[in-house]
Write a protein of this length. Structure first.
Length: 353
């Protein structure tokens, strides 16, 4: 097993500097910190879990890094905080805004506060910051970064997207537009895969002209829906599957702007339920993520991970590999979906409120 002294020799610094670079990066010059992190990567060094756990017990802090401030992330954070209070833990919150710089700074700052562990909504840049996560118990929330040993809590994105699009194909739709997030994010790739799976299951060819990508914000959903609904009539979609809450809001605004009626002219299925989705006219058919429960599950998973790692350190056993927790996200059928105008409604289809 690699020792602190070996890392120090490789980085040409003292062992105490290695400790500061990993625990208090704000106290070490950037050039020195880079040398230490490079040595950590080369050697695979992991700080002693038990010693770190004893120091971290003093802080009673958990780190939480989310990617945006919106109703979805606020509910996630509420779930994390409420669960943390059960363990008498505090939550230190940062927002990365999908930015490499902001995420790196958040991770560096959190390391300096010696949290017991970290709950992180990964960005496209998280793997670049893997050295900052070394030795720290981490649970990825909502998304996965691709780091093999990471623990994660999320919904079944492929299955839930598949069920949303299957609902539309069962209504008779064959031209189904899809609005997805950037494909550098795991949730977006999973939901696009579910969309494709449902089309394949209904023997509908995938048409890339009916797919648009956004940045999860309202404006990008608005722009994507305007584009899709402005296509020539023979290729224009009769239904839209919008794979995030904020982009769904933007898409509905675009539909209204064009004077298109929901669901008479176009059906819309959104992703994420909220009070807004319920009071829109018509109320929206959505995939309902258990957002609050996701936050709670992430916190419980992290606390359990911290305890098991401390026990493994005392026993001298290996830490367990990353585990993935998947929560179901059911389809709630309301009144924003119906058959295309030339198709009769199947008698078996029921609306729920």
């Amino acid at each position: 097993m690699t020792t602190l002294e070996e890392v120090a020799r490789l980085a040409a610094v003292s062992p105490s500097t290695v400790s500061r670079a990993l625990a208090r990066p704000d106290m070490v010059a950037q050039e020195t910190r880079d040398r230490v992190l490079d040595a950590v990567r080369q050697t695979g060094y992991r700080p002693n879990a038990l010693a770190r756990s004893l120091r971290q017990q003093e802080s009673r802090n958990l780190g939480l890094v989310i990617t945006d401030l919106n109703p979805f992330h606020a509910t996630l954070a509420k779930g994390v905080q409420d669960a943390a209070e059960q363990y008498d833990l505090n939550v230190i919150l940062f927002t990365s805004d999908e930015s490499e710089r902001k995420e790196r700074r958040a991770l560096e700052t959190l390391r300096s506060h010696m949290p017991q562990g970290l709950i992180l909504i990964p960005t496209a840049h998280t793997r670049e910051h893997q050295a900052l996560l070394q030795g720290l118990p981490v649970v990825e929330l909502d998304r996965v970064s691709g780091i093999s040993e990471a623990h994660s809590v999320q919904v079944d994105n492929v299955g839930s997207a598949r069920s949303a699009v299957q609902h539309l194909t069962e209504l008779g739709h064959r031209r189904i537009g899809g609005i997805f997030g950037h494909q550098t994010v795991s949730t977006a790739t999973g939901r696009l895969q579910g969309y494709k799976d449902a089309l394949r299951g209904a023997a509908i060819p995938f048409d890339p002209a009916l797919v648009q990508f956004g940045d999860y914000r309202e404006a990008s959903g608005h722009e994507a829906a305007l584009h899709l609904l402005s296509l020539p009539a023979n290729v224009r979609p009769t239904a839209l599957f919008v794979s995030s809450h904020e982009m769904t809001v933007g898409a509905v605004l675009a539909v209204r702007e064009l004077g298109v009626r929901i669901p008479h002219d176009v059906s819309v299925v959104g992703f994420d339920d909220s009070r807004l989705m319920q009071i829109l006219e018509p109320p929206m058919t959505v995939i309902a993520q258990p957002t609050y429960d996701l936050g709670q599950a992430a916190c419980h998973t992290l606390v359990s991970l911290v305890r098991r790692r401390a026990e493994a350190s005392v026993a001298g056993t290996a830490t367990e590999p990353g585990k993935k927790v998947l929560l179901p996200a059911p389809l709630i059928v309301r009144h924003s979906t119906g058959p295309p105008c030339d198709v009769t409604t199947p008698p078996s289809l029921e609306l729920s409120t």
